[in-house]
Design a binder for this molecule. Structure first.
Ligand SMILES: Cc1ncc(COP(=O)(O)O)c(C=O)c1O
Length: 346
């Protein structure tokens, strides 16, 4: 158990002590802190490009590996499970550690990721499935690495109960202003004041602020957080995931797009040529579509390594409002709007 996926990733790098200057390959689209954590350890983040489903492009992976590569971090994006068999074969040939970032991919209690990956990390932060407003679970294959990580974690200060209570309060307030009508009013007020609503909402939900990232990451989860997490696992209505999946398949069928059967549709992102027009049209019809403001493209050391696919996904993505209690009518109405903008989105 860790405070967050970012804390767990930092902990693994602390335990591994990779030689300075080693390269860590990362799915090119992820939360910016993942690349910052790599840099914090004197290592070099290297982006590996993705397609529009968030799946790693094997050609990009092969092109990114050098004699300095030591690890690949695969982010399973949007609820889609990336196929790992080919990637694991390549990683084995090059002696790379394989870390699965399943922050967006929790499906059920007790799941462990791919049996051959070295680490698998699940997040229970805000907006995640079965959220406890924090916490992460990590499966570590090597017993020795697991022991070193536990020992190091044991030396970190414990998150204070007051800090966790403050966090609960902040998110309770946020939830209050995000009820359907209130959210609409609040968005209009924020935009009138000249701010971008999505950026503001993301800065409130992000968790770790800009400075002194290491000190913020290196905390053991508090007892109230762990208790809340246990309670969430016991009481979470897993039928919500089944409904989300059904919604994703229905929406896909309406717009002529097929999906991998393992997709659990944590969100439904669309990559389109005119994202602003689509967002505006959805909002005019009362659907609060957003963009992926919390994610970023992993910076490349030189122009030959810039991940064009990830850039396209980030710049042209529209994220649909996606709640398991949405009726089928709403799913169909959104699909009709998408059809008016772009008959066959990728
Ligand atoms: C792909 C991905 N990786 C890592 C994280 C960070 O998770 P945590 O907030 O538990 O550190 C997130 C959070 O949104 C994420 O989406």
């Amino acid at each position: 158990m860790a405070l967050s996926v970012r804390s767990a990733f930092d902990l693994a790098l602390r335990a591994l002590e990779l030689p300075s200057g080693s390269e860590v390959l990362l799915t090119a689209l992820t939360v910016p802190d993942m690349a910052r954590i790599v840099e914090m350890h004197g290592l070099v983040p290297v982006p590996v490009d993705i397609d529009e489903d968030g799946e790693i492009r094997i050609a990009s992976l092969n092109g990114a590996i050098t004699s300095k590569s030591r690890m690949i971090v695969v982010a399973h994006l949007f609820g889609h499970r990336s196929a790992l068999d080919d990637l694991l074969g390549i990683a084995r040939r090059h002696n790379l550690l394989v870390v699965e970032d399943l922050a967006q991919g929790f499906h059920r209690v007790g799941e462990c990721g791919h049996p051959e990956s070295d680490l698998a990390m699940f997040s229970f932060g805000p907006i995640k499935t079965a959220s406890a407003l924090g916490g992460a679970v990590v499966r570590v294959k090597s017993a020795a690495l697991c022991r070193t990580m536990s020992e190091l974690l044991g030396t970190d200060p414990i998150q204070s109960s007051t800090a966790f209570a403050r966090r609960l309060l902040r998110f309770t307030l946020l939830k209050t202003v995000s009820g359907e009508r209130t959210a609409w009013l609040f968005r209009r007020c924020v935009e009138r004041l000249g701010y971008d609503f999505d950026t503001l909402a993301n800065s409130v939900t992000r968790g770790f602020t800009g400075s002194n990232l290491a000190a913020q990451l290196r905390r053991q989860p508090s007892t109230p957080l762990l208790r809340l997490l246990r309670r969430r696992w016991r009481t979470y209505d897993f039928a919500r995931i089944a409904r989300r999946t059904e919604m994703g398949r229905r929406f896909g069928a309406r717009i002529g797009r097929s999906h991998d059967p393992s997709h659990s549709f944590w969100v439904y992102p669309l990559v389109v040529d005119a994202p602003s027009a689509l967002r505006d049209r959805l909002r005019d019809a009362g659907f609060d579509a957003t963009h992926l403001a919390r994610m970023a493209v992993v910076p490349a050391a030189d122009a030959s390594r810039v991940p064009a696919g990830a850039r396209r996904v980030l710049e042209r993505m529209v994220v649909l409002p996606w709640y398991p209690d949405m009726p089928d009518d709403a799913i169909d109405a959104m699909a009709r709007i998408v059809g008016t903008i772009e008959p066959n989105p990728a």
